[in-house]
Design a protein. Sequence first.
Length: 107
Amino acid sequence: MSMNRIVTAKPLPGYRLKVVFNDGLNGIFDVRPERRGGVFLKLLDKKTFNAVTVNPDFGCVEWPGGVDLCPDAMHQAMTGSESEKERPLAAALHEEAKPANKPSRKR
């Protein structure tokens, strides 16, 4: 299984990031510093938030002051999937969960 790494990140208004991952996934990630709390509250300062960079060693987004986000968690949030390996299984389970064509019950 390959590791998810962020290739580029661009700050957008509303504490959002335009990100591109090494597997080609790209989109908008809502950072929501006020909901994360703790050290993320530092990101409510627009100058700090806009200073986002991509760590070349770990492929994560980071900000001054030691604030960073895990690329795997960001990828999962953007795709709604645990991992590439689990996607086919989830799809198979979804298929099994579909209701069969049952005759309608008339009362």
